[in-house]
Design a protein around this ligand. Structure first.
Ligand code: AMP
Length: 217
């Protein structure tokens, strides 16, 4: 099963992906994570990507595609992939289609997680991440038990691109570039809209009920 998760930054794509991974044995591939990894390893690509990411702007597609296509060669993707963060604009729709075609696969389901702007802003402002292992926290809904990360005792920080002015820019860019994707996939008839306000467990329940009813594989 190949799934695409759509939704603004902070809409909860990561939390839903974590649960889908466990239940269906498919793997989440987040281009944001791939890019952050390249930045932290200080690769040439990472150094370029950082310039865009720090401003909340989209990294040029060819760089993101390179990371994504490498990642998909890994055998843990053979069973299926949860795409998170790619495509992010109209141009990238075709790039993903080509990538999947090479693997003789196609998207089976697109999930659009819908969350009002005010809720997104408040979530992003309270979002934290472990600087060592990347585990995500939210100071309101999912705070760490102690001062440091529960997984690895790493330092818990605010992601550079979760800072307030960058957040505003990321949301503008989302509205401008990513919303047309919703129209595209909705016309194709493979998209489901999910209300992303509520508990992670309830949202997940709605999603898996749909997957089971429609027998998405
Ligand atoms: P995310 O973690 O998905 O919010 O992504 C963090 C940042 O990585 C974004 O603000 C962009 O700068 C960059 N990024 C992630 N995915 C893409 C993509 N598909 N195309 C271009 N830039 C991306």
């Amino acid at each position: 099963m190949n799934i695409l998760l759509l939704g603004a930054p902070g809409s909860g794509k990561g939390s839903q992906a974590e649960l889908l991974e466990k239940e269906y044995g498919i793997v989440q591939v987040s281009t944001g994570d791939l890019l952050r990894d390249a930045v932290s390893k200080n690769t040439d690509l990472g150094a370029i990507a950082k310039i865009y990411m720090d401003k909340g702007e989209l990294v040029p597609s060819n760089f993101v595609l390179e990371l994504l296509s490498d990642r998909l060669k890994n055998h843990d993707c053979d069973n299926g992939v949860i795409f998170d963060g790619f495509p992010r604009n109209i141009e990238q729709i075709k790039l993903l289609e080509d990538l999947l075609e090479k693997r003789e696969r196609e998207l089976d389901l697109v999930v659009n997680i819908d969350v009002p702007f005010e809720v997104i802003t408040s979530r992003l402002n309270s979002r934290r991440v472990c600087s060592n292992c990347g585990k995500g926290y939210n100071m309101i809904s999912n705070p760490p038990k102690g001062k440091n990360c529960e997984n690895c005792d790493g330092e818990i920080i605010v992601r550079d691109d979760d800072k307030e002015d960058v957040v505003r820019n990321r949301l503008d860019i989302y509205n401008e570039n990513t919303k047309p994707l919703i129209e595209h996939y909705s016309k194709k008839g493979i998209m489901i809209n999910i209300n992303g306000v509520g508990s992670i467990a309830n949202i997940y329940k709605g999603l898996t009920t749909y997957i089971k009813e429609k027998k998405v594989q």
